[in-house]
Design a protein around this ligand. Structure first.
Ligand SMILES: [Zn+2]
Length: 362
C-alpha cells in the first residue's frame, strides 16, 4: 500500500479553468473536486502495478478577495462557498489567503485602465511548497506527493522532496506547464512518473449537475417557494431563487444610494497612495472579527446597520446572515460579524458572516 498526499495550486488551477473548457469543447465544463483525488490516485497506481494506493489527504491552496468593491460580492461569495464546499463535502484541507483589493473591482477589465493597482497574491505558493516538504520530512506521512501545479517556482521544492526519498507525481495542464515538468528525460529531476495531463482526464473529472427542486429561503419570495435548480446548497446554507437574487441586487443598490455612496467616484489619489504604502509594509487589515449590535433595521428593504464596538457602523444585507433569520432580528440585538469592507473615503463599511453574539465563558 502506497500512501498519497495531493497538493493543489488552487489559484493556478482556477486561472486555467478556461483552458480546460476549451480542451473539453464545453464552456460550462467544471471539475468535480469530489472525483479529482481518486482520478489522480488511479493514474498514479497505473505505474505501481498491483500495489494499491491510499489517498491520505488532499490539500488545496488559494486566495480570496478582501476589501473589494461591493458590486463583485456575488462572485467573491461564490469563491468562498467553493472553499467551504471543499472542506465540508470532500474534507479537503483548504488553506486560503486574502488579497486586499483596496475597495476596487476584482476583475482588471472592470477597473479604470489608468489605475496602476495590481492585486498581490501573498503566501499561496510558499504555503504549498512548505506543506509538501513538511510532510516529506515527517516519517511515514506519505510515500508519493501528487502536485497539481504548472509553475516552475516549484522546481527546487520538488527536487528536495525527492532528496528526502519521497516519490513525486506531477499533474498539469497543457500550455500552462513549465517545460521542465513536461520534459520526458526529466533533466531537472523533479518527478518519478510520466506527467499526468488533466486535459486527458476531463471526461472522468466532469461535474455533472442534476436538476432538482429546492425551497427558496428568501422572506421576499412570491408564490410557490419550490423552484427548479442545479444548485445544491451545502449543509445549513441558504438557497435563494434567481428572482429573489434580482430583488437582493436592487436592495443593495438602493442601500448604496441611500448611504450617499457613488461607486463611480474616483479614489482620492493621496489616500490611494497611502493605502498602497501600507500594503507594501504588509499592514493588511482584513477579515477582522467584530462584535456590535443591530442599530437600525429596514425590514421591508432586507438590510440594516450594525453599530460595532470600534465606533463604526457597518451595512449588512439579509444574505450576510449566518444562523440568523432576518425576520427574527431586532434593533439592539447583539451580533458578531466579520468586516467585509472597511469604511473609507467617507463610505460606510460593510459586514459579512453576521451571526448571533457568542458569549465567551472565560
Ligand atoms: Zn425566491
Amino acid at each position: 500500500m502506497s500512501k498519497i498526499m495531493i497538493f493543489i495550486d488552487g489559484t493556478w488551477l482556477y486561472s486555467n479553468s478556461a483552458r480546460l473548457c476549451d480542451s473539453y469543447g464545453d464552456p460550462d465544463f467544471r471539475i468535480d473536486f469530489g472525483k479529482l483525488p481518486h482520478v489522480l490516485a488511479s493514474e498514479v497506481s497505473r505505474h505501481l502495478g498491483p500495489n494499491e494506493v491510499d489517498v491520505i489527504r488532499t490539500y488545496l491552496f488559494g486566495s480570496y478577495a478582501a476589501n473589494y468593491d461591493l458590486r463583485d460580492e456575488d462572485s467573491v461569495n461564490r469563491r468562498r462557498d467553493f472553499f467551504d464546499m471543499l472542506r465540508e463535502e470532500y474534507h479537503y484541507e483548504v488553506e486560503t489567503y486574502p488579497i486586499n483589493y483596496m475597495g476596487r473591482r476584482v476583475r482588471k477589465m472592470d477597473r479604470d485602465p489608468r489605475d496602476p493597482f495590481e492585486p498581490k497574491e501573498k503566501c499561496v505558493d510558499i504555503s504549498l511548497a512548505t506543506a509538501v516538504l513538511y510532510y516529506a520530512a515527517i516519517p511515514n506521512a506519505y510515500d508519493i506527493a501528487v502536485v497539481v501545479v504548472g509553475d516552475r517556482d516549484f522546481i527546487p521544492m520538488l527536487q528536495n522532496v525527492r532528496r528526502l526519498g519521497k516519490r513525486v507525481a506531477i499533474a498539469s495542464i497543457k500550455n500552462s506547464c513549465a517545460p521542465e515538468f513536461a520534459d520526458p528525460s526529466d533533466e531537472s529531476r523533479v518527478k518519478d512518473y510520466d506527467l499526468i495531463w488533466l486535459d486527458d482526464l476531463l471526461h472522468r473529472l466532469e461535474l455533472k449537475y442534476e436538476r432538482h427542486q429546492e425551497k427558496c429561503d428568501s422572506p421576499f419570495h412570491h408564490g410557490n417557494p419550490y423552484v427548479w435548480t442545479t444548485f445544491k446548497p451545502r449543509k445549513g446554507q441558504k438557497f435563494y431563487c434567481d428572482d429573489c437574487k434580482q430583488i437582493f441586487m436592487k436592495q443593495k443598490r438602493d442601500a448604496q444610494q441611500e448611504m450617499g455612496d457613488n461607486p463611480e467616484e474616483e479614489l482620492n489619489s493621496e489616500e490611494q497612495l497611502l493605502s498602497e504604502d501600507q500594503e507594501s509594509n504588509g499592514n493588511v487589515l482584513i477579515e477582522m472579527k467584530m462584535t456590535g449590535y443591530v442599530k437600525k433595521l429596514f425590514p421591508a428593504k432586507g438590510y440594516g446597520f450594525i453599530a460595532a464596538d470600534n465606533g463604526n457602523d457597518y451595512f449588512f444585507h439579509l444574505t450576510d446572515l449566518v444562523n440568523l433569520e432576518f425576520e427574527r432580528l431586532f434593533e439592539g440585538m447583539e451580533v458578531d460579524f466579520e468586516i467585509k469592507n472597511q469604511p473609507s473615503n467617507g463610505k460606510q463599511g460593510s459586514a459579512q458572516n453576521v451571526h448571533p453574539h457568542f458569549e465567551s465563558t472565560e
